[in-house]
Design a protein around this ligand. Structure first.
Ligand SMILES: [Zn+2]
Length: 79
C-alpha cells in the first residue's frame, strides 16, 4: 500500500483546481465501486481492485476517478 501524505495531496488538489484539471462544482451523480485499475485524477496512482473507486459525474459529462482518501481531500479543498 502506498502511504499518501494528506498535506501533499492537498497541495496537488489545490494546483489541479487552479489549473482546472479538477472540477470545483458538485457532482450530479456519484458512482462507487471496486477499483478498475484506472488512474486516480488526484494522485495519478492506479485504483486497484482491492481499493474503492469513486466516480463522480458532472453536468457537462466529465468523468473523474478518485480514491476514497483523494475524494475527501478534493472535497475539503472545494469548500
Ligand atoms: Zn488517488
Amino acid at each position: 500500500m502506498l502511504q499518501q501524505d494528506t498535506r501533499d495531496l492537498a497541495v496537488v488538489v489545490r494546483q489541479k483546481l487552479f489549473f482546472g484539471t479538477l472540477p470545483r462544482d458538485e457532482p450530479t451523480k456519484m458512482w462507487v465501486g471496486k477499483g478498475s485499475g484506472s488512474l486516480c485524477d488526484v494522485c495519478d496512482q492506479p485504483i486497484t481492485s482491492t481499493e474503492i473507486e469513486y466516480e463522480p459525474d458532472f453536468s457537462d459529462r466529465r468523468v473523474f476517478r478518485f480514491h476514497l482518501n483523494c475524494i475527501e481531500v478534493w472535497h475539503q479543498q472545494c469548500l
